[in-house]
Design a protein around this ligand. Structure first.
Ligand SMILES: *Cc1c(COP(=O)(O)O)cnc(C)c1O
Length: 382
């Protein structure tokens, strides 16, 4: 018998599905998706104009409490736009965590900026505000209100913490450190729609927050992303940049800067409006599942990751932390061979060939977690 057979039996029981393979996170369409898609197709406005884009932006802004939300073709482009709007330029440096999905680090590279990797906390899986402060207090110097890296002489322009697997990091503390060092705060909230920290939605603490609606996220538009703003003028700039920087006019084609074709098509936004209507139900279901997992893993003495203090988490992907790399590998082999999809965490960014030359702080928590985290099936159960 497999060492973790009890766990696999429990997952099968929770997912009581006829299919052989239990996925990590499948989308669920049980609301108005087909109705809105049909309406969108009938209208012929499936592309860059149509009412669903405005509706979707309005719904996300209202739900998150952001003053403005601006759609984007995907989360990665939204992150890139956010960094550009925050003023990140060639040869700047941007701080992020090594324990993140590749998109965070790639977006920094698209700006021709360099990443600096600072450790995460074991209690949040997100950027550690104390490690951030420790790095900046010894490695940076502020001249004329601009933060410079003492070693490289480059400007440290922004910081991008990520709310890992939907669990909020200590974003208020991070925000205080960023303010102290005049660093712009951009939140990678791609995984954390529906997650709140101290009652406030993730992605609304920084200058800009970014959501993703990729197929594996809590809600999906097929592919898609969203920028969250408190500053409405900045939101206007984002909309302008994401729509080829076209000067609004009934017939003239005039563009006043180098823009991007990053606007989400109306047909994707139609899906988004329906998914937003289901979001409160999805969050309730996901939290019910995590409570079931929590009770079970307590009984079998496996460390199940629970939402951090002051947080209300969407539990996007449930996490267990195994005793060692050997145990993790055994768990991954056994579960995947039984048709239960499980995954290790991403290889740390600082170990990937493209980022090997980047500066890092001390990364003991990231290194520890990298060997032990396993994601287990987390789809909404209907
Ligand atoms: C999903 C994700 C993104 C954005 O992904 P897209 O697939 O481009 O929408 C960015 N950062 C993190 C941490 C993510 O998990």
């Amino acid at each position: 018998m497999a060492k973790y057979q009890l766990v696999f039996d429990k997952i099968r029981e929770l997912y009581n599905e006829p299919r052989d393979n239990i996925s990590l996170h499948s989308p669920v369409f049980i609301g108005n998706e087909k109705k809105y898609l049909a309406e969108c197709i009938d209208s012929t406005y499936v592309s860059s104009v149509g009412k669903f884009v405005d509706l979707f932006e309005g719904k996300v802004a209202a739900y998150t409490g952001a003053n403005k939300a601006v759609v984007c073709v995907n989360g990665t482009s939204a992150l890139y736009l956010a960094l550009k709007l925050a003023g990140v330029e060639t040869s700047d440096e941007v701080i992020t965590q090594p324990l993140t999905f590749i998109a965070t680090a790639n977006a920094i590279s698209y700006c021709c900026a360099k990443a600096i990797f600072i450790d995460v906390e074991k209690t949040t899986l997100g950027l550690d505000p104390i490690a951030l402060e420790a790095f900046l207090s010894t490695e940076s110097i502020i001249r004329d209100g601009v933060c410079y890296n003492k070693t490289t002489g480059r400007r440290i322009k922004a910081c991008v913490p990520m709310h890992t697997f939907g669990h909020p990091c200590r974003i208020d503390e991070i925000s205080i450190v960023c303010e102290k060092y005049s660093i712009e705060l951009i939140e990678d909230a791609a995984e954390s729609i529906g997650s709140f920290y101290k009652g406030r939605h993730t992605g609304t603490f920084g200058k800009i927050g970014v959501l993703s609606f990729n197929g594996n996220k809590t809600i999906t538009t097929g592919g898609g992303g969203m920028l969250l703003f408190n500053d409405e003028n900045l939101a206007k700039k984002a909309k302008h940049l994401s729509t080829q920087a076209k000067v609004p006019h009934k017939w003239e084609f005039v563009h006043d800067e180098i823009g991007f074709n990053y606007r989400m098509p109306n047909i994707n936004a139609a899906l988004g409006v329906a998914q937003m209507e289901s979001l409160p139900l999805f969050i309730r279901k996901k939290r019910e599942l995590s409570e079931e997992y929590n009770k079970f893993f307590k009984k079998v003495n496996i460390d199940f990751f629970q939402e951090p203090k002051y947080s209300y988490s969407n539990y996007w992907l449930n996490v267990i932390i195994l005793g060692s790399e050997i145990e993790r590998d055994l768990f991954l082999t056994e579960s995947n061979s039984q048709g239960i999809m499980t995954r290790p965490v991403w290889r740390l960014m600082n170990k990937l060939p493209m980022f090997i030359g980047c500066q890092s702080g001390e990364l003991s928590n990231s290194n520890w977690l990298e060997k032990r985290i396993v994601n287990i099936p987390s789809s909404v159960r209907i």
